[in-house]
Ligand binder design. Structure first.
Ligand code: ADP
Ligand code: MG
Length: 700
């Protein structure tokens, strides 16, 4: 059935309908009748004969037919009894508006469980509880107490907060914004965000999906599904409230660098979801997507009657990573033919303060034809001569004739441009109150276009020794060890194709010297203890040792000093390791989010990683392109490509390391965190070395 009965019911019962003004049971009934709903409405209330002229029923059973949709507004304690009635009469779609369930604590949760149980048994689909309801303007359905029925339009909205939806409705009604569907999901006892997003994805009336979410329930399915839907329609989400993995205490660099928001950022990036930081921004974007075609590229032309506004737009275009369109000679020629001498013919095209609508119309028409231009922003400030309303009409007229490229407007001011805004709104030209917010909407569109046209994701699978890694992990889990020390971590990594420095473990100074002799100098000595995670912090790393004498001294010194510094640490010995060739130190990491899975990290490594915080994250599994993108997304990427005559590093080799680590993380859900730090990388053609590694595991 999908959500059809919620969106297009032929009959609606309102259990708890009331004749008292101000009560939810009254407001909901009025919403339904006021919207001009054409199906049947059955108010249910044992204490009334009629409400608002409609025959009232004592209970659901006495209606004598099965209502397509039942809205429940009775007090929480009586909701289970009403649900039983729903089951009895065979109702299949129920909205529980009543609050006082899971959100109030233990008692409410028990009540909600009871409701869920009844719904499951009777195969009733449930929206809420603790929600505002459903609104479908095209069907004149206002099954809510949120306010007046908005216009029909192309935006489908879902909200986890009912109260916020009421505010959105008010704002939208004041600005003439139209909706295909508005759905309040409340406590998500049954129908959750994903099902609604899915339904909006399949809904031909919905061009843009927008929503407000506080939590995401089925993380991995959410990613997969929304990624599919994003290819068809843009999804614009505000995500507020609780962080995802934030609560878990992390012991790795990667874990502590991954903030609570990181998982959501990764998920949205992967799924092509456009994240919005405010309702205003969201609707600014939504209107651009709903009313205008998508731009073919990132170049923008600006037409303005004010130099200052033009510069503000130009700055925003640069800052937000769009390009400033270079107008073709022919365009310039055409502009020169009709514009005043003092006009600026180059982008931003300044048609001067005395520009009348005809000048705007001409310039817009000419610039739209320029093939170097993907999007046009029309700026206006209301000056003495300006006729903003007629200019708005001119913009609308041209936009109707030439529909291939997006046109956005920013008419600055308030009272003097009020009429113009109304005309723009009716003419489906999205308008903004600042050049920056207009440019932000263009950026959102251009980014979406880029996301959609990225190459198909192909995740490479490397041949690995999975069994070997499994044995090491299992052994640790059997012994109840969660932190795998450097030597064992490296064995796991070797099984996945990583190169690590040669070395061996020693428990005495003589043994350490022997190993060093075999490895050849210089060597590195590192403390070996499951209780010491960051070895240099306690003087547990000594590099550049060039003789047996130095090795033995370093050994003795560590054994003397470290137990004093970390009295409870169980010290097993040292790791004697060959010294690696010099290179850049980067970090490859993984931190598993309990909902969304492995978050991969790349950054500038070494012991300063948490000070520099120059890292980027991406959701596993990684494609080659994504792995490379992670490198590009760090501030210091330039250093990796080589600056000031210094040779760059083998970027592809680093990206491959990230992909191998991503494969390891995907194949072993037991692995919670990984730090490969440093991963030492040299010039092109050299093999990077995992100089240090730590992996933490957990039984799953
Ligand atoms: P920890 O991170 O636990 O302090 P590391 O093994 O990462 O210990 O060592 C700290 C630093 O010492 C590294 O960032 C690297 O600069 C240097 N180092 C460690 N091992 C080697 C090695 N085998 N070759 C070269 N340099 C090394
Ligand atoms: Mg390290």
């Amino acid at each position: 059935m999908g959500l059809d009965k919620f969106f297009n019911p032929q009959s609606v019962a309102i259990v708890g309908a009331s004749a008292k003004k101000g009560k939810v049971g009254y407001e909901t009934l009025i919403s339904m009748t006021g919207a001009g709903y054409e199906g049947k409405i059955f108010p249910v209330n044992p204490n009334a004969q009629t409400i608002e002229g409609l025959k009232c029923y004592p209970d659901l059973v006495s209606i004598g037919e099965i209502p397509d949709l039942v809205i429940i507004i009775v007090p929480a304690k009586t909701v289970p009894a009403v649900m039983q009635q729903c089951a009895k009469v065979g109702a299949k779609a129920v909205i529980i508006i009543t609050a006082g369930f899971k959100e109030i604590g233990q008692e409410g949760r028990a009540l909600e469980d009871q409701v869920i149980q009844i719904a499951k048994q009777a195969q009733i689909r449930l929206l809420g509880p603790n929600c505002l309801g459903v609104i479908v303007p095209a069907n004149k359905l206002n099954a809510s107490f949120g306010g007046n029925l908005p216009h029909a339009g192309a935006i489908g909205y879902l909200s986890q907060s009912g109260a916020l939806l009421a505010a959105i409705l008010d704002m939208a009604n004041a600005n003439g914004i139209g909706f295909s569907k508005l759905v309040s999901i409340g406590n998500k006892a049954d129908i959750g965000e994903l099902e609604v997003i899915n339904a909006l994805g399949a809904d031909p009336d919905t061009k843009v999906i927008a929503g407000y979410l506080e939590s995401i329930t089925e993380g991995d399915v959410f990613v997969r599904k929304t990624e599919q839907i994003s290819h068809e329609k843009p999804i614009l989400l505000i995500k507020s409230g609780g962080t995802s993995a934030g609560a878990k205490a992390a012991s790795s660099h990667t874990g502590s660098l991954a903030g609570g928001e990181t998982a959501y950022e990764c998920v949205f990036e992967r799924a092509g979801i456009i994240r919005c930081s405010s309702i205003k921004q969201q609707f600014g974007y939504a209107q651009a997507f709903a009313y205008q075609p998508l731009p073919a590229g990132r170049s923008v032309a600006v037409i303005t009657n004010a130099g200052g506004a033009g510069i503000m737009a130009a700055d925003a275009i640069e800052q937000q990573g769009l390009t400033f369109a270079k107008l073709a000679d022919e365009t310039i020629k055409k502009l020169a033919a009709k514009l005043p001498l003092a006009a600026n013919l180059y982008n931003p095209v300044d048609i001067l303060g005395d520009a009348l609508p005809d000048r705007y119309e001409y310039a817009l028409d000419v610039v739209l034809d320029d093939r170097n231009v993907n999007t046009i922003l029309v700026l206006l400030t209301p000056q003495a001569m300006t006729d903003s309303a007629a200019t708005a009409e001119a913009v609308v007229r041209i936009a109707r004739q030439k529909t291939a490229k997006p046109i956005l407007a920013c008419f600055l001011g308030s009272g003097k441009v009020a009429d113009a805004m109304k005309i723009l709104r009716e003419g489906k030209i999205p308008y903004y109150d600042s050049p920056e917010s207009a440019v932000a909407a263009i950026t959102a569109m251009a980014d979406y276009v880029r996301w959609r046209s990225r190459p198909k994701r192909v995740v490479k699978l490397f041949p690995v020794n999975r069994r070997k890694a499994e044995n090491i992990i299992d052994r640790h889990l059997r012994q109840g060890i969660r932190e795998i020390v450097e030597a064992d971590s490296k064995e796991i990594l070797e099984a996945y194709g990583f190169v690590t420095p040669k070395g061996a473990i020693a428990t005495t100074a003589e043994q350490a010297a022997n190993i060093a002799e075999q490895l050849g100098y210089p060597v590195v000595l590192k403390i070996w203890s499951p209780d010491i995670l960051h070895k240099s912090d306690v003087g547990g790393v000594k590099v550049g040792l060039t003789s047996a004498r130095e090795v033995m001294d370093a050994f003795d010194l560590m054994m003397y000093r470290i137990p004093k510094q970390v009295p409870n640490a169980n010290i097993m010995g040292v790791l004697v390791q060959e010294m690696c060739k010099k290179g850049k130190e980067v970090i490859l990491g993984m931190n598993r989010d309990p909902h969304f899975g492995p978050l991969m990290m790349f950054g500038m490594g070494g012991t300063m990683v948490e000070v520099l915080k120059d890292v980027s994250f991406y959701l596993a599994p990684l494609t080659a392109e994504e792995a490379k993108e992670m490198l590009i997304n760090t501030r210091t990427y330039k250093i990796l490509t080589g600056v000031r005559g210094e040779e760059g590093v083998d970027i592809d080799a680093v990206a491959e390391g990230l992909q191998r680590l991503s494969q390891l993380a995907m194949e072993f859900p037991q692995i919670q965190e990984v730090d490969i730090n440093p991963y030492v990388v040299g010039p092109e053609g050299t093999v990077p070395v995992a100089v240090d590694a730590r992996i933490s595991v957990e039984k799953v």
